[in-house]
Design a protein around this ligand. Structure first.
Ligand code: ADP
Ligand code: MG
Length: 615
């Protein structure tokens, strides 16, 4: 048999290679922008037409190329970035394979204009389908300007697979953002069909993030910084209340290179685990710096998956740093930084042996009815709740959250108490609750002053009570003095009738009166509702808002909607007793930190801060 193996012509080899490197217009943008960065540019402009399908231009002010290099750069494996195998372990540049320009030139019409600062004239080269079509010396601004026209013009099968302009543009923006985030000190512009999509001046990371994601993100960022012998991590994480249900503002970089790293993602998610609802994603923009020899960026042709030598340790470092950043921001009330920097968020642990707090709530108690008519059961009631406090936190004797007041009921004067001052933590017993602006309840704790959002706290309390009621199939109603007839619009009326049984358990006993009218005979026992119509409307409205959220089951939706509808409003004046009851009940909840929707309920203004500001 005669020999049948032959070497492929370069043009064909390049086309095959291009299949790996260039999948879509966004890949061209990524490669060209990375080259501009490697060339030391301080300003990079990207112009695309028709989502890059017909035209992509990247202009930089970097070091440019000599005439020879301008020609050589289109050869396969032509790179200025590595010269021997060992260099692979010390890569600090974005590119190193010497494949991108050869690949792009194999499947598009490319014009390169480049001049290095030490040359007076620059070089213009036109190349298409790997064939050089023209080369001239020309007067060209310093830097490089590459235009790529008609991508995949000679590979119709690939061109056919391109998606709509909208989708391809989205991919371009994603790649552009990765690079722009990684290099805030470089000025970037993106222009699509003569519309400016981004104009990002050089600046710091925070400015860059808000340049891309909008101004409102700025006040929602928490600084994160940690340095160990194996990795340095810096950047920002988003405040829990800023977390979204859509995935998209999560970015990890290593040595300025964007990476996908599901394992590290989990470390960040774990830090937020107890303070975010399961379906929410926190934002994060985190930059790892590590010795290049400890990572392998070679395992994926488009280089977004990166292997680390010591992933497990980095995972721990990342988790601890994220927890610490959240804690430092006082967003979660667990604040002992002396403990090896690893913060333990004080929500209940699975193995913690405590009674279910819900069992100890007096559901018939109504802290918000008019004071005169209060059914308040006094010291007995309060002691119940205090015991819950103790149970909840007794295992954490040093816990900052432990309130400095009233562990003893008013009739149990302990020895520690002397002249109204508890020696242990120096908080005067009688100064316990303050209400501000009809919105916040303030109460001293060991580490400072706890600020509680009254409405959010009550939403959490009602929500947990509602869930318990629905699960137990019990009923929680107090009759209204006069049954109230309310008229609803047709769709709300229908929805209301659908929910009659379940909201009946939560205390709203509602009967059909026909002609879009219902009669409300009772309201939940744990609330004081005056405007029944508005509460029912809010409840239905909330419920409809949750309709699209498939992850929430009906109980969850009802528990949330009813809590939101019935919780005390801002502006409601609370008596000392009411505030105390609110706080006690809040801390009987399984998660006193956030509302079911993930908003922060409380915060601690730290003693150190008093001291700092009053120094
Ligand atoms: P790589 O980036 O992996 O080296 P490329 O094919 O992307 O491979 O580029 C080949 C070479 O061309 C680079 O190593 C660099 O020397 C040169 N080059 C490419 N783009 C630019 C640019 N914008 N400015 C200066 N030199 C460039
Ligand atoms: Mg490159």
């Amino acid at each position: 048999m005669s020999d049948i193996i032959q070497l492929l012509p370069d043009a064909v080899a390049n086309q095959i290679a291009a299949g790996e490197v260039i999948q879509r217009p966004a890949s061209v943008v990524k490669e060209l922008v990375e080259n501009a960065i490697d060339a030391g540019s301080s300003s990079i402009t990207v112009r695309v037409k028709d989502a890059g399908k017909t035209y992509i231009q990247v202009v930089d002010n970097g070091r440019g190329m000599s005439e020879n290099d301008a020609r050589l750069c289109f050869e396969r494996h032509a790179t200025s970035k590595i010269s021997e195998a060992n260099d692979l372990f010390a890569i600090r540049t974005m590119g190193f394979r010497g494949e991108a320009l050869a690949s792009i030139a194999a499947i598009a019409e490319v014009t390169l204009k480049s001049r290095s600062t030490d040359n007076e004239l620059g070089t213009m080269i036109r190349i298409s389908g790997s064939r050089i079509e023209a080369q001239e010396k020309d007067s060209i601004p310093a830097g490089t300007n590459i235009t790529v026209r008609n991508l995949f013009y000679n590979v119709p099968a690939r061109r056919k697979f391109l998606k709509t302009d909208q989708t391809e543009l989205r991919h371009i923006i994603t790649e552009f953002n990765h690079t722009a985030l990684a290099y805030p000190d470089i000025e970037f512009q993106l222009i699509h069909n003569s519309t400016q999509v981004f104009n990002l001046p050089a600046g710091n990371l925070k400015a860059r993030i808000s340049g891309i994601f909008g101004k409102q993100i700025q006040q929602n960022l928490i600084n994160l910084e940690t340095e160990t012998s194996i990795v340095k991590i810096t950047g920002y994480i988003g405040k829990p209340e800023y977390a979204k249900k859509t995935y998209g503002e999560q970015f990890l970089f290593v040595n300025h290179r964007f990476m996908r790293h599901p394992y590290f993602h989990k470390a960040v998610m774990k830090a937020y685990e107890q303070i975010l609802p399961a379906d929410h994603f926190p934002s994060y923009f985190l930059f790892f710096e590590t010795d290049p020899s400890t990572i392998d960026i070679n395992i994926h042709p488009t280089k977004t998956e990166i292997k680390f030598e010591d992933e497990r340790s980095i995972w721990q470092i990342l988790l601890a740093a994220t927890r610490e950043a959240i804690g430092k921001h006082n967003l979660s009330p667990s604040l002992d930084f002396s403990k090896e920097g690893i913060i333990d968020i004080p929500v209940l642990k699975k193995d913690q042996d405590i009674a279910m707090p819900r069992e100890n709530i007096n559901r018939s108690f109504n802290p918000f009815e008019n004071e005169g008519s209060s059914q308040y059961s006094g010291a007995m009631q309060r002691r119940e709740a205090h015991r819950d406090w103790e149970k909840l936190y007794e295992k954490k004797s040093n816990d900052d959250l432990t309130p400095g007041f009233g562990f003893q009921g008013p009739d149990e004067t302990g020895q520690e108490q002397e002249n109204g001052i508890r020696q242990e933590d120096g908080i005067r017993q009688e100064a316990r609750y303050l209400q501000m602006k009809g919105k916040y309840v303030l109460t001293p704790v060991k580490s400072g002053l706890m600020v509680i959002d009254q409405r959010r706290a009550h939403i959490r309390i009602l929500y947990e009570q509602n869930l318990a009621i629905l699960q137990k199939d019990s009923v929680n109603a107090q009759n209204t003095l006069f049954p109230e007839t309310i008229e609803l619009n047709t769709s709300d009326y229908k929805l209301c009738l659908e929910l009659v049984d379940e909201i009946g358990k939560l205390g709203f006993e509602i009967r059909d009166f026909g002609h879009n009218c219902v009669i409300v005979h009772s309201i939940p026992a744990n609330t004081a509702i005056h405007d029944i119509k508005s509460v029912i409307e809010t409840l239905l409205e909330q419920y409809k808002n949750y309709a699209s959220e498939l992850k929430l089951d009906q109980h969850e939706k009802l528990a949330r909607s009813t809590a939101i509808a019935a919780a005390i409003r801002y502006g409601k004046q609370l008596s000392i007793k009411e505030m105390q009851e609110l706080v006690d009940q809040l801390f009987a909840c399984s998660n006193p930190n956030t509302t079911p929707g993930g908003k922060a309920i409380l915060n601690i203004v730290k003693l150190e801060d008093f001291e700092k500001h009053l120094a």
